[in-house]
Design a protein around this ligand. Structure first.
Ligand code: ADP
Ligand code: NI
Length: 221
């Protein structure tokens, strides 16, 4: 079995034992989407093994250390890859990507410093939008005991995202705070194309949601 397959087995085993927000199937989708982007970009110099390993290991800190600090992920990944006699340069590339991705979730927007990292970041962001993204947002909101939607805290599109950034803002608001912004933040052409379809699906979902909530006239048409 090659290193990518062994890593997939290892991560799957770890994530199945955990009930945290990131399940194995999120990792699986990010891996598959990363490979789809690699194929779409068709750039010879892409280090496919680095992309694959980084996608599989990108949320590794979430089971082991509960995402406690920025070094937890890279350390856990380096430990695993080191135990598999992986080239030092591959370990370094993968750990840099995981580190840069976790800076993002700490709220600081740092650009990725490699094409391989840009691909994994696109794939991770793509999993937050579209049908899967909608499902994940409501699952997360339920876990945090957030309301689905509250017209009194309404996410009117004309107002700025900051106005909705209260701790317990309803899940629908998260679309305006973050999810609808992601299609403009794609690094790769293939990522952009995939994001566009998913973005349109979220818009049509939101339109139907407001329509069924009898909120159409007080909102965007
Ligand atoms: P990842 O680490 O995979 O990039 P996050 O940990 O940032 O993702 O978020 C996990 C999932 O929870 C995503 O689908 C994201 O949209 C969703 N999520 C994060 N914050 C909120 C929120 N305030 N309301 C609803 N969903 C959220
Ligand atoms: Ni992720």
């Amino acid at each position: 079995m090659d290193l990518v397959a062994r890593t997939a087995n290892y991560v799957q085993e770890k994530f199945y034992g955990e009930s945290s927000g990131h399940d194995w199937w999120h990792i699986h989708r990010v891996y598959e989407t990363s490979m789809q982007i690699v194929a779409g970009e068709a750039i010879m110099s892409i280090k496919e093994d680095v992309v694959a390993l980084a996608a599989l290991l990108h949320d590794i800190a979430d089971w082991k250390f509960n995402g406690g600090n920025d070094e937890a992920g890279p350390r856990a990944a380096a430990e695993w890859l080191g135990s598999q006699n992986t080239d030092v340069s591959v370990i370094e590339d993968v750990c840099t990507i995981i580190r840069e991705l976790s800076f993002k979730s700490a709220g600081v927007r740092t650009p990725m410093t490699s094409l391989e990292g840009e691909i994994v970041q696109d794939a991770d962001r793509l999993d937050a939008i579209g049908a899967v993204g909608i499902a994940r947002a409501f699952a997360y909101g339920g876990y945090k005991r957030r309301a689905l939607f509250d017209p009194n805290v309404s996410p009117a599109v004309h107002q700025t995202a900051d106005q909705y950034k209260t701790q317990q803002s309803p899940t629908i608001n998260h679309f305006y705070e973050k999810l609808l912004l992601l299609h403009d933040r794609m690094n790769t052409e293939t990522g952009k194309q995939l994001a566009e379809q998913r973005h349109l699906f979220m818009l049509s979902f939101l339109n139907r949601f407001f329509e069924e909530s009898h909120e159409m006239d007080s909102r965007h048409a």
